[in-house]
Ligand binder design. Structure first.
Ligand SMILES: [Zn+2]
Length: 637
């Protein structure tokens, strides 16, 4: 791999200077600050004539540039901070400083930025329009180093810039040096600015900027290699960190002929990640880096391999499961992020309407019987079961579970995990659990006849059993059990309720807007969903997704369930005993008022929780095509 690429800006941005910055930032001290202040004073007078020839004085050592003197006296909050806190703020990246101060003073970031702006005599914009061609105005290197972007509105002879923290004179001099114009600074929301930089230039563009990795002279070769390794490590960390912030459950690195594609799965949907244009040239190094992190043999490239990474993010450790697969243009790598802290939800948080909730609630109060939740992988079945368990959890009930694996820990519940390697499967675990005097048993999944048989017998002998089945709709669960050679009369007398479910994406509340659909379009969609056309009268409550910084411009944030509830009524009971087909059972259930997935979806649309598109997409079984190879485990909502 060669890094002989054209330099980005000028020769002053050599890797040597970058190194100086790194070493200085490690040994931050007050003395350094004072000399820097003096240097600023010196340069103030020369401001007008400042140009690139000031090279020696303008170094990159301003990671910890001092809070401007007058600002310190103006910004009252600064005085309230201890020395240690001040060092902590100045030692953090510029874009994080307002957030740290906000947490310290129990303010919002907006409030801190507004106050900072007024003390520094800079405008603060909550909302702003950015130049469409930022690198035509200032180089990428400065955009990253200063966390700033040119605004859309530019005045003749000046450069209008927005940044995340009051700028220093040094920043102004650099802008002047590269653009030939004096900057006019304003402050903006750090989160929005950083997001805009990532969206424009790709994640990690700073880390992989070629100008960092050039061979300036031969003596420096070894150091440059170290620089490159550091850049790759930084890049991979940035990709994982952004995934965590964006609430992704998976990260995929996919080598193609021309590009290395990176995609996140967020709320069940694949979302391409904007990456630097030169990413392909770092492919091998990136893949090796992930393999090293996961403890995988890096020289083995022909066989699929698996490993684990423990990634430290803030205070918590995140467990990441890594899988590699050789493909045409290199190894494809998938990371599954297992968030240990995923919180179990309540029934209302699942998106159940109050009527559905009370219907399910009444069944859960029974001392025996089976309640089944069905749906494809990733439809949130175990999330629902956990919510049910939490609802019925009382000191006088002994609740035991067997899961694969335990996804949510619930206090006060006895949770067991199957272990295929030692032959401890659902059936054998269930048999052991029955010896432990449980009242309620939750079985992660019924996959085979043996498990089905024990579960049904347990429910007939005075236990409430909750479990899941992999079928598309509620009536399908009955025929699946019959296919497993369970006697129909046993099914009829044990199953109390079957709930089919899907997860649809939840509208982002910050940006959703009234629908632009015409009444006739909505009529057509309602027909597709088999909903009463009269419902078109509710068009005013229908919302469309838009996209904003809060939802990574996806228009959705989080997910909400849609449900099909089937009670075992007398007529369905007799159909089951006769081994009737699923469509026949369905027909009767619908006549008796079973809510369908589509119907439930429409209710969620009317509640302003999701969109017509989402419901159409998920209620026809399309979700099944989207489950990924790795997926052996339910994802949390
Ligand atoms: Zn939004």
């Amino acid at each position: 791999m060669s890094f002989l690429r054209p330099k980005f800006i000028t020769s002053t941005f050599s890797s040597k200077k970058r190194k100086r910055k790194n070493s200085e930032s490690n040994s931050f001290n007050i003395k350094g600050l004072t000399s820097e202040l003096d240097e600023k004073k010196d340069n103030l007078s020369k401001e007008e004539s400042t140009s690139v020839d000031n090279d020696e004085k303008i170094t990159w050592a301003d990671d910890h540039e001092i809070f401007e003197k007058d600002l310190v006296s103006n910004f009252g909050k600064w005085k309230e901070l201890s020395d240690l806190d001040r060092l902590n703020v100045l030692g953090s990246p510029k874009e994080d400083r307002a957030r740290i101060l906000a947490a310290k003073f129990s303010n919002t970031v907006d409030e801190i930025m507004t106050e900072l702006g007024s003390k520094a005599e800079l405008d603060y914009f909550d909302d702003f329009e950015l130049s469409e061609n930022p690198t035509k105005i200032i180089p990428l290197r400065l955009i990253h180093s200063f966390s700033c972007l040119p605004l859309k509105e530019q005045t003749e002879g000046r450069v209008q810039l927005i940044t995340v923290w009051p700028p220093t004179n040094r920043m102004s001099r650099w802008i002047y040096a590269v653009s030939g114009h004096k900057p006019v600074w304003s402050l903006g929301s750090p989160e929005k600015i950083i997001r805009a930089i990532t969206e424009n230039f790709g994640i990690g563009a700073d880390s992989l900027d070629d100008s960092d990795l050039d061979f300036e002279d031969d003596d420096d070769g070894q150091d440059d290699l170290e620089d490159q390794n550091a850049a790759i490590i930084r890049f991979v960390n940035e990709v994982v960190q952004k995934a965590i912030v964006d609430r992704a459950t998976d990260i995929h690195f996919e080598p193609h002929k021309e590009t290395l594609q990176i995609r996140y799965r967020i709320d069940g949907q694949l979302v391409p990640v904007r990456v630097p244009d030169n990413l392909r040239s770092f492919q091998d190094a990136i893949i090796s880096r992930i393999k090293i992190m996961a403890g995988i043999n890096i020289s083995e490239k022909r066989r699929p391999q698996g490993g684990r990474i423990t990634f430290t993010h803030g205070q918590s450790d995140l467990d990441i499961r890594v899988s590699t697969l050789p493909t045409l243009y290199g190894e494809s790598i998938s990371l599954r992020l297992l968030n240990e802290k995923s919180q179990p939800l309540s029934m209302a948080e699942l998106g159940l309407s109050s009527t559905s909730e009370s219907k399910i609630g009444s069944v859960l109060e029974k001392p025996h019987g089976i309640v089944l939740v069905t749906g494809p992988t990733g439809s949130g079945k175990s999330t629902s079961l956990t919510a049910f368990i939490r609802k019925i959890h009382k000191p006088e009930r002994r609740i035991m579970t067997v899961e694969d694996p335990v996804e949510y820990e619930v206090a006060g519940i006895n949770q067991t995990q199957v272990n295929a390697e030692i032959g401890f499967n659902f059936a054998s675990a269930l048999r052991e659990i029955l010896r432990q005097d449980p009242d309620v048993i939750m079985v992660g999944e019924i996959r085979d006849r043996e498990t089905a048989d024990i579960a049904i017998r347990a429910s007939l002998t005075g236990h409430l059993v909750l479990s899941t089945l992999h079928t598309n709709d509620a009536p399908g669960a009955i025929t699946r059990l019959i296919d497993m050679e369970i006697e129909p009369f046993l099914i009829a007398s044990s199953v109390e309720m079957v709930i089919a479910q899907r997860l649809v994406r939840r509208l982002c509340m910050e940006c959703c807007e009234p629908t632009k659909m015409s009444e006739s379009d909505l009529m057509a969609s309602l027909a597709l969903l088999e909903i009463d056309p009269k419902e078109v009268a509710h068009i005013d409550s229908v919302r469309d997704a838009k996209g904003c910084p809060n939802c990574q411009n996806l228009g959705y944030r989080g997910r909400v369930g849609i449900f099909e509830l089937m009670r075992m009524s007398d007529s369905i009971h007799s159909l089951v005993i006769k081994s009737a087909s699923a469509p026949d059972i369905r027909e009767v259930a619908l006549k008796e008022g079973m809510s369908t997935l589509q119907g439930s979806g429409w209710q969620q649309i009317k509640r302003g929780l999701t969109t017509i598109d989402e419901v159409i997409r998920y209620s026809d079984g399309a979700i099944e095509d989207e489950t990924d190879i790795l997926n052996t485990q339910e994802r949390s909502i």
